[in-house]
Design a protein around this ligand. Structure first.
Ligand code: TPP
Ligand code: SF4
Ligand code: MG
Length: 408
């Protein structure tokens, strides 16, 4: 509602994408955004309260979104980063970062998806020297960031349909290839529903053809944008609008759904990784790594959704960390179908610690405690710990070191 970036819709998407990606400075993008802006909508006088609606006045393109990020805006990560050597600092600590998803969007407080997307795309922008196009599936990320005619994206950004983001991204990559522009890279992104369910066929095709696209799935484990319906990534026993906590086996059933990182690995594409908003530095590093590789790449990011999971908005990072530290969400990297690295659990917690703070699992604790179901979920975590070697014993590495020759 307040500060927004370029006007939304075609002005920020296909019509300006090729132009925008030829320019590396924020200023040059602003010039084009401003010229595109004049073709859209009525001129609006500023709201007395300081807000503006519809078309963004030209003066605002010199506003905060167009400026380098100020120190206070980078928050506590900057403080932590300042204790690290330069090479280890987060992209977000860099005052000259791109700020690809800027303020003014309408995500809920504590939205893991908004956080993950901002870190991922800023890292991708840095890795590509801002020569990048982002393609978005339908879902919360698209809806909260682009209420027409506004947008919070400050990157060439394209939305088409719920299920075709991988195909659109493949097409964009093919177009740039035909133009001889191998400097412009393509990132596609979507929620778990758009990725593991409706977009799955397109994604599998993109993998199979080894198209030069990084696809990022922000997994909040349900169709959040339309009211928390179950997806193929919803965990067993979770309550959603379509898997109610009723009957002898309340919540989502066991034995269904899709483990997309492993399905991606089965395509033997160059790079597959999982990541979490609990470790944003790791997410950035994986995005940068993925952008150093050509061909189809896939990153699956766990992004808690306070609204759909029934958690406090201040607990997003804590919940995401409990998922990884319980073993329910393994964090690893794979190349050409083989796991090459995994992030060891630092302090193992029982799955119960992860489940309890979430209202979607409340029926496992009240009115009757369901130890049988909790034990089955613990068994899943234990299997992940074994499968990805998440609790390496002393002297044994978490996983084999990444082969340098596999990198681009
Ligand atoms: C073909 C089609 N079917 C259904 C919808 C309605 N729809 C829009 S967003 C959405 C849910 C998106 O879920 P997910 O991909 O998990 O993203 P999230 O909102 O959870 O981030 C649905 C069902 C649509 N836009 N198009
Ligand atoms: S419903 Fe969930 S995913 Fe959607 S904006 Fe809110 S917190 Fe984010
Ligand atoms: Mg989702």
């Amino acid at each position: 509602m307040t500060q927004t970036g370029t006007p939304a819709g075609s002005s920020a998407t296909s019509s300006t994408a090729s132009q925008m990606t030829t320019d590396s400075s924020l200023e040059s993008r602003d010039v084009m955004s401003t010229s595109a802006m004049t073709t859209h909508g009525p001129s609006v006088s500023p709201d007395p309260a300081g807000y503006h609606h519809g078309v963004v006045p030209e003066a605002l393109f010199d506003g905060p979104a167009a400026q380098p990020v100020k120190f206070y805006q980078v928050g506590s990560f900057a403080v932590g980063n300042r204790l690290l050597p330069m090479a280890d600092r987060s992209v977000q600590s860099d005052p000259n970062r791109t700020n690809s998803l800027t303020s003014g969007h309408r995500a809920c407080q504590g939205c893991g998806e908004a956080l993950g997307a901002r870190y991922a795309l800023d890292a991708a922008m840095r890795a590509t020297n801002n020569q990048m196009v982002a393609v978005n599936a339908t879902g919360c990320l698209e809806v909260f960031s682009t209420p027409y005619p506004e947008t919070s994206w400050r990157v060439a950004w394209l939305h088409s349909l719920f299920g075709n983001a991988p195909a659109v991204a493949s097409g964009v990559a093919a177009a740039y290839k035909a133009l001889g522009r191998d400097d412009v890279r393509v990132v596609a992104q979507g929620g778990d529903g758009g990725t593991v369910d409706i977009g799955f066929g397109c994604l599998s095709g993109m993998f199979e053809r080894n198209d030069d696209v990084l696809y990022i799935c922000y997994d909040n484990e349900a169709y959040m944008n339309t009211g928390v319906q179950r997806s193929g990534a919803t965990p067993p026993a979770a309550r959603t609008a379509t898997t109610q906590a009723v009957g002898t086996d309340p919540g989502n059933v066991f034995g269904q759904g899709k483990d997309l990182p492993r399905i991606a690995m089965a395509h033997e594409i160059p790079y597959v990784a999982t990541a979490s908003v609990a470790d944003l530095h790791d997410l950035e590093a994986k995005v940068e790594r993925a952008m150093s590789i050509r061909g189809a790449r896939y990153i699956h990011v766990m992004v808690p959704c306070p609204l759909g999971w029934g958690t406090a908005s201040c607990d997003t990072i804590r919940i995401a960390r409990l998922a990884t530290q319980s073993g329910l969400f393994p964090v690893f990297e794979a190349e050409f179908g083989e796991v090459v690295a995994s992030s060891p659990i630092r302090r193992q917690v029982p799955v119960e610690d992860y489940l309890k703070p979430q209202k979607r699992f409340a029926h496992l604790f009240s009115p009757t405690r369901r130890d049988d179901v909790i034990d089955r979920l613990q068994a899943q975590a234990d299997r992940n710990i074994r499968r990805y070697n998440l609790l390496p014993t002393a002297g044994q590495p978490a996983a084999a070191p990444v082969a340098e020759e596999a990198r681009a």
